[in-house]
Design a protein around this ligand. Sequence first.
Ligand SMILES: [Mg+2]
Length: 459
Amino acid sequence: MAARRSLVDRLQRRQFSTPASSAPSSIAPFAFAFDIDGVLLHVSEPIPGAAAALQHLHRLNIPFILLTNGGGRYEADRVADLQRRLGLDLEGSSDTHDTDCAGPLPVLSTANFVQSHTPFRELLDNAAGLDAEAAAAGDKESGGSIGGLRDQTILVTGSDAARIRIIAEQYGFRSVITPADILAAYPAIYPFDPLLKSVYAETARPLPKPLLLEGGKLASDASAAPFSPSDLDDSKYLRIAATFVFNDPRDWALDIQILTDVLQARQGFLGTFDPASLSAEGSEGGTRLFFSNSDLLWATTYHLPRFGQGAFAAAVAGVWAQMASSEQPPLLSPEGGRSTLLGKPHAATYRFAERTLLRYRASLLEAHGSKASSATKEAPLQTVYMIGDNPESDIAGANQFSSAHGTDWCSVLVETGVYDPVRDGKNSDYLRHRPRAIVGDVGAAVRWALQREGWPADF
Ligand SMILES: [Mg+2]
């Protein structure tokens, strides 16, 4: 409580002591990316100095994004919750994903916020949008040679698949199904009916199309004709174009069964079986599986770490390894070609974060009267300070990331979260992923970076 009071005091002092006009007029060649849990918040409570640091950067027109492995809520809702917890923009700002709007930008909005599943949006118009090859080809925003997933059927799951479906629809995906929809339409796919009635029936929606039941073993119509390749017709049968795990699934058994069914289906036609999918080479044209976060464990109010989405991904991959040829590359390896892992420390998330940061920086410059195109040429983004508490995700990801724009991602570790200087050792030699600097908290991290850049750090 005392910490909270002192934070409020400091915020109020700032309002009177630092007029906006004191901000330097030059364009900062640097920016920030902040992790949330353990950096800005600790078990949902603000960490002292966090709001003041963000407001100081905002006053100086220094761009920043929040970059978290969390998820499960729509971005605008999570941003509103963070604004409330941190005491930012209390007069209220709506979903400002459209950064073309006139007027000064709020300190925090969906335009500078990236959570684990935010990158899925990029697949609306370009199904290859998160691939390294697509990124290397020039960071195309959308509309590449490959089509998008906006109008194709996608399967989503997570902690609350019904809510996840609504998030996917808010993103713009128009045909979104959940495991419950499949189970309700074809209960025999997973024969444990008590859960069907008590849990799934409530949230299930009718499937857009029936399954193509290869061999007819599941069909109620016993006269189903034998399978023919010409049956693979997505105008008649359900074809799942991509599968997305948004956050930690609750019913691993159902989800592993259905994800495995999708992985072994012919070209995404659930209900079919492609023997090649289990071969050493694997099948061509199968459904891609996206995991938004690969953290094996996470910290909760329980005294020992709990399973995260990475544990679920390992379970899917473990079952698949039991079924597939031992010659086949592991499901979660890039060589497997079937799955994409997102979230820190993976490069796909850092590439997306950098695109978001560059777009936000341009809108920030424009909102303050600079021509973004000429300003970014005059002052390219040279450094991004990644402020995080987790050496294995925040720091590892920043250290390993190779920016297509030559931007240096400088890792800074704080001591207010996962990293414990007493347990882990004060010397960064103890760490497998060594940060460029270790500081006490987010306020000290921002001051360290500003002093390094020669900018005012008096907050
Ligand atoms: Mg963290």
